[in-house]
Design a protein around this ligand. Sequence first.
Ligand code: NAD
Length: 467
Amino acid sequence: MVKICCIGAGYVGGPSMAVMALKCPAIEVTVVDVSRPRIDAWNSDRLPVLEPGLDTIVRACRGRNLSFSADVDRHVADADIVFVSVNTPTKARGLGTGRAPDLAYWESAARVVAAASRPGTGKIVVEKSAVPVRTAEAMERILHAHAGDGAFQVLSNPEFFSEGTAVRDLLCPDRVVIGGGDTDVGAVRALVDVYAHWVPEDRIVTTGLQSAELAKLAASALLAQRVSSVNALSALCEATGADVSDVARAVGSDGRVGGGGRGFLDAGVGFGGPSLRRDVLSLAYDCERHGLHEAAEYWRQVVAVNEYQKGRFVRRVVASMLGTVAGKKVAVLGLAFKKGVGDTRESPAVDVCRALLAEGARVSVYDPVVSETQIIRRDTAAAAAEVEVTRDAYEAADGAHGLCVLTEWDEFRTLDYRRVFDGMMRPAFVFDGRNVVDAGELREIGFVVYSVGKPLDAWLNGMPAVA
Ligand code: NAD
């Protein structure tokens, strides 16, 4: 029986190993973590990661061929294949602050593998964390310094799943990427054999080590770049009377652009989530480290346009509401960075809320999933008196001058906007940061409507774009 151990029982390690255990009953999979509370949660009925379908898989495999343990050294020592899936946040201090990934957790994991390995025994070590290109080489150096050449083979196998659909993406991935060096052919084959239990071989892409590492950052960067590209176009649409949805439809139907789908061409208030910004900045930093300043600047602009778009949205809100929101109630519908998740990390909605609060607005927030404690304590860093958290959209909008839609939850498409209007002050504004409302219908009700990248309402047309 092959034994697999994964270091890091987080958002990636837990679900990816649970699916591996489900699909490979003859493989013993152990997920280890230095955090005892995390391991306890994985062994309980309340898993630390909420993803549709994950509970059922963990329940089916836990105690069979899947286990979670805080005994890191023992399980790493026993394993034939060790995945490293630790966190790589953006550095908060020192060189590269706010740009470079912090590799401290990753290096500590490499040292655990080196220390836990017995002389003469080999292991395949698989990098799953999002890391700068050539990090696997650095890992090889640490391992070989301990055990001599040949004892370890280091592969790269980045994870591409999306939050909210992690289990579906893991069960049926678009592709699995496995990178290895010239001398790693046997190790690559061994890992391909593991995935081949459930992934068709034509979807398992084998590459060189550096290419696989770069593929992860490149995937994030290209997705983010698409969003920033369409958002940059949305600004020009507003200035010229073009409709960004029509432009995106016209452009996205070109197979070279849309790739058969419309993919990631929806304009909005900006991208968010834990990975995109961090991965783009990490890619830019990597370019910079190699003296590729123009390339670095190009990727940084993707993040800069995202910031611009959030700022532009807030300026529209303030300018439309006669240049001030001080003392006015503004309802915010949606705080999660996208529909289907309760995650508010890097959510544009959080930045919009903070900016409105800084302008002196009274903000009332409704999100169908995000909890009140999270909204007030962590996200807006505001006192309960400044931010009201409501049980539904109608309560949030009651007595408000303006309403901002900031997450594309389906329920915001089908609200009874007549009822919303009746509860609001006049003029009643809707600022649609996700283009989910039917602007024509809302205008008939009496709202002044702003939709990102769409022809401007007569009210806004006469207003400056900047407060
Ligand atoms: P996470 O913070 O949820 O989990 C990482 C875990 O690693 C933590 O529980 C931490 O305690 C543990 N850890 C750190 N150092 C350790 C050590 N030396 N020994 C044992 N445990 C250790 O992180 P995550 O979201 O699972 O992300 C892991 C990697 O995968 C990151 O590089 C991330 O960029 C990448 N990634 C994340 C996603 C996502 O949606 N979250 C998607 C694709 C890739």
